[in-house]
Write a protein that binds this ligand. Structure first.
Ligand code: CA
Length: 241
């Protein structure tokens, strides 16, 4: 059986030790860091299959660590572990590309379950190229080519990289092309849970996706807004392979 490495970035010594001990009992190999900079350094080594990230950290805050990792293209799944009352930071974290969050105090069995769920979700996505339906890996639309395996799109001859969330949102819209997909559906299917404080997270990701897809973001032709209902992918599929 191959080992799954987890990196715990948490400054409270007791909590760090408790998480480490319990995850080791669950069969994970656990490394830890007590501040943001050390955490970032260890995360960049790339051994971790998943990172648990506290937000309030000495030297470098958790959101900075997350930002650095995502901006440099590291897609290691990240679960934010935050104190109560940090809802805005949690949402910001999800927008920056975190995969899930847990509010302290949390049960250690809940933590292990979340870790497994995120690993399952992200590993299928990575292996099967989001779709996991055995469907086409390249789809061509007017002025748009989507490569699901590489998470890239080509528009006006220019290749752009999609984040995993952007790719999953686009996948869901394309799979339901011509139909309205609601924000709640996107939250449920893409993020995998329903208790997000705001659907604005969806809108922000759609805005970022549109910047890549659309020639004119003010007048989108691929992903259109259906007011009060959600979004709809409108382009005709020309070819798939
Ligand atoms: Ca802390």
């Amino acid at each position: 059986m191959s080992e799954t490495h987890i990196l715990v970035i948490e400054d409270e010594p007791d909590l760090r030790a408790g998480i480490k001990h319990n995850l080791e009992l669950e069969g994970f190999v656990v490394d830890s860091a007590a501040d943001g900079r050390e955490g970032l350094r260890k995360a960049r080594e790339g051994r971790a299959a998943l990172i648990l990230l506290d937000l309030m950290l000495p030297v470098m805050p958790g959101l900075e660590v997350l930002k650095h990792l995502r901006e440099t293209g590291r897609q290691t799944p990240i679960i934010i572990i935050s104190a109560k009352g940090q809802d805005r930071d949690k949402v910001h974290g999800l927008e920056l590309g975190a995969d899930d969050y847990l509010t302290k105090p949390f049960g250690l069995s809940e933590l292990a379950a979340r870790i497994r769920a995120v690993l399952r979700r992200t590993q299928t996505g990575a292996k099967a190229g989001v779709g996991e339906r055995g469907s086409a890996s390249v789809m061509k639309f007017p002025n748009l080519v989507v490569d699901w395996r590489r998470f890239t799109i080509v528009r006006d001859g220019e290749e752009q990289q999609l984040s995993r969330y952007e790719a999953e949102i686009l996948r869901m819209l394309v799979d339901h092309r011509g139909e309205v997909v609601s924000r709640q559906d996107l939250l449920r299917k893409v993020w995998g849970y329903v208790h997000l404080p705001t659907t604005r997270t969806v809108d922000n990701h759609i805005a970022r996706l549109r910047k890549k897809l659309e020639r004119d973001v003010e007048n989108p032709v691929h992903v259109v807004t259906v007011h009060g209902l959600g979004y709809r992918f409108e382009s005709k599929l020309l070819e798939e392979s």
